[in-house]
Design a protein. Structure first.
Length: 721
């Protein structure tokens, strides 16, 4: 009996149950999205989260691709009339694509090779005779000499036999599989600096790889990517070294065995040459490709985690914020936005050289006046060019203002990409790129998620080797991350931009634009059911999206929760049973009364699942809940540090800006981020830095060492003794 897709997936994901997998697959077939399934179909999935659901989706795609390729290969070999029951069984039993390709290799149409030319000259029977260790091989070869076939002597005949046998051995799936396993187990990735390449590596970026070797099975992903880049830049030569003696022994044992004589010599020579020319190089390419793919996946995963944590940073709500886009020659662009991110005012000041002395002197007064005129409560300074000089300027200026004002350094990666985008041009057609950037910087601390979704995630730059990984694969992963973040938080249906709405479950670019168009024409949404009036937003899109769309101060208090409208009847019934009303949402009395209910019994009486009931209770206890409020708040500053201020042992607080394989980079308020090496992240062994710190975390660090000449700061998260 053929395994079902669910059973095959369970083989890949043994922690999941068949029912969980099959129900998830059914929902995919029904057009349900990952966020919707994870949030509103917990009973059907057995409470799977987004990661597990995406794992099922990926496994299904992988298995379907494998099955399709198996069918293609069987069809091709059948058409050649060479398919045997054993071969068909081996192909169907293959669990990875490489096994299928190995089995297909002898039947794959090849370009004209030396072996095919030898076969055209009629030498296949002699190759078969050699394989059978014919004692009269020499006389058979002599009889085959034929100048008209370009076989002028015995050497030419033996060469032809050799080519046929070498290609035959090179195509053997069992040989390739054994060599692959041996090389993976015992091989080493070896790198050397290319002759004359040292000058090209001026900063010694690849110095540790000038004479380097590490086991294939132990090399970490970040080294693979560094080596690949060094090779691509022409600095390094790279190969896989392996002890060939056991490989030669295995190949000879499985071809020549105990045979002796001329035929044995011919076969032995051919099988060793097959390894040297065909099997060895092919396996090296495969292993290099596999190492790279593992490294790509790992780097993409790191980028995804960092992006998620960046998107989920706590918003700074209810503050009038000034965005400060630093620059030298062209002046610093300032823009103020109100508590809701609406643009209020802009100006330019010239506090830095090469501006003239008069402009520099006037800058502080202009800056303070601008703050007072617009009632600025917080300043967001971009971390690009002239950032630290601007930080010093701001820190000095706000000391002269009576009202306490703080500033925060904002990672402005991608701000210039947004500022030059069509979206930014449409919103601020009369602004310069830098002025739009100042608005974006201000909004980033008010609502990082809403602002960052306007930017191509690949331009945000939180990860490692992002330009070295497959860009399509990276883009797909980052789109998934953005989708997860946006749907976990939810959006305000009456204020969300099309850039934010397009990431909501079930919505497309077209329906997102239509929502905004409806809002502009008909006024704000007062009830979630109004969403059904939006053009081209059908029943399925409504079902998938509506639970993630919030209406604040609408007609129905439940619309400001993540309770799906399909559960409203059960919710009203629950409230009635508990002597509560929708007007009580969020009040202490709700939590007090609902804490006393029996979940199983109540779920049964309401004819809903226990998980759905738990989510309903959470929704009515905390309407308008924002997951990001649980995240660390931005680190606010009033004064500035320089590298000269830093001394070993000094204790500081900083914001994690990036997490990589070898540690984390922390902004401690000086021009250069400091590195906490993985070995300094804890007093016990740390394998994965992301298990200790995430982008946006506020961490306590101590200065380990400072190299002012190289602009490097080494930090530690382990308190010095």
């Amino acid at each position: 009996m053929t395994d079902t897709l669910a059973e095959k997936i369970r083989h890949d994901l043994p922690k999941l149950r068949i029912k969980q997998i099959s129900e998830t697959l059914k929902m995919f077939d029904e057009g349900d999205t990952v966020p919707f399934i994870a949030r509103y179909r917990k009973e059907r999935t057995g409470n799977l989260d987004e990661v597990e659901i995406r794992d099922i989706e990926a496994a299904a795609h992988r298995i379907q691709t494998l099955d399709k390729r198996k069918a293609e290969v069987i069809k091709i070999i059948t058409e050649q009339q060479k398919l045997t029951p054993q071969l068909e069984s081996e192909i169907n039993a293959a669990t990875v694509l490489q096994q299928v390709e190995d089995l297909y290799l002898p039947y794959k149409q090849k370009r004209r090779t030396k072996a095919t030319i030898a076969k055209e000259k009629g030498l296949q029977p002699l190759a078969d005779a050699a394989l059978k260790f014919a004692p009269n091989l020499d006389s058979l070869v002599e009889q085959a000499v034929d100048p008209e076939k370009e076989l002028p002597d015995k050497d030419a005949v033996f060469d032809g036999i050799h080519e046929i046998l070498a290609e035959t051995f090179g195509d053997r799936a069992d040989f390739r599989n054994w060599v692959r396993q041996n090389t993976n187990q015992y091989g080493a990735l070896v790198t050397k600096i290319k002759r004359g390449a040292k000058e090209a590596d001026e900063e010694g970026t690849y110095q540790q790889y000038y004479d380097f070797s590490q086991s294939v099975k132990l090399i970490p992903s970040f080294r693979t990517l560094a080596i690949n880049r060094g090779e691509k830049e022409g600095i390094l030569s790279v190969k896989i070294d392996v002890n060939e003696t056991p490989i030669d022994w295995h190949l000879k044992a499985n071809t020549v065995g105990n045979q002796t004589g001329l035929a044995a010599e011919v076969v032995e020579s051919a099988v060793l040459d097959a390894y040297s020319r065909f099997i060895g190089p092919a396996i090296e390419r495969e292993i290099r490709k596999e190492l790279s793919e593992v490294a790509y996946n790992h780097a993409i995963d790191i980028f995804g985690k960092n992006l998620y944590n960046l998107l989920m940073q706590a918003p700074l709500k209810g503050k009038v914020v000034m965005g400060f886009d630093p620059a030298y020659r062209t002046g610093c662009k300032l823009a103020v936005v109100d508590q809701n991110g609406k643009y209020l005012a802009k100006t330019v000041i010239y506090p830095h050289k090469p501006a003239g002395e008069a402009k520099r002197k006037a800058a502080k007064g202009e800056f303070i006046d601008f703050i007072n005129q617009n009632h600025v409560e917080m300043i967001a300074i971009g971390n690009g060019t002239a950032s630290r000089e601007s930080e010093q300027f701001v820190a000095d200026a706000i000391k002269e203002i009576e009202t306490p004002i703080y500033y925060v350094i904002v990672n402005e990666a991608g701000a210039s990409v947004y500022s030059a985008s069509k979206v930014a041009r449409e919103e601020f057609p009369d602004f310069s790129v830098e002025q739009r950037s100042a608005v974006s910087i201000a909004r980033r601390i008010q609502d990082p998620l809403a602002e960052l979704v306007k930017i191509d995630p690949q331009a945000i730059g939180v990860g490692q080797y992002q330009h070295d990984v497959p860009q399509k694969q990276l883009a797909e992963k980052l789109d998934q991350v953005v989708e997860t973040a946006v749907n976990r938080v939810g959006v305000n249906l009456n204020t969300a931009s099309p850039d934010l709405l397009v990431h909501i479950s079930g919505l497309t670019k077209s329906t997102a634009n239509n929502i905004v168009k409806y809002r502009n024409e008909a006024g704000q949404f007062n009830d979630r059911s109004d969403l059904k009036k939006v053009a081209r937003l059908g029943p399925k899109a409504f079902e998938q999206s509506v639970g993630f769309l919030r209406i604040i101060d609408g007609d129905n208090p439940l619309d400001n929760t993540d309770i799906h409208p399909e559960s409203y009847p059960a919710t009203h019934q629950l409230l009635k049973q508990s002597n509560l009303s929708a007007a009580d949402l969020g009040k202490p009395v709700v939590a007090q009364k609902l804490s006393q209910i029996d979940l199983d019994q109540t779920a049964q009486s309401l004819e809903i699942g226990r998980e759905t009931l738990q989510d309903i209770v959470k929704g009515i206890e905390t309407p308008g809940r924002d997951l990001r409020d649980e995240m660390p708040a931005p680190l606010l500053r009033k004064d500035v540090l320089t590298m000269a201020d830093l001394k070993p042992g000094m204790k500081l607080q900083g914001t994690v800006r990036n997490v990589v394989d070898f540690g984390v980079f922390v902004d401690i308020g000086v021009k250069q981020d400091g590195l906490v090496h993985i070995s300094k992240m804890s007093d016990h062994f740390v394998k994965d830095p992301s298990k200790v710190a995430s982008v946006g975390d506020i961490v306590t660090v101590w200065i380990d060492s400072v190299d002012a000449d190289r602009h490097r700061i080494q930090l530690t998260m382990v308190e010095p003794e």
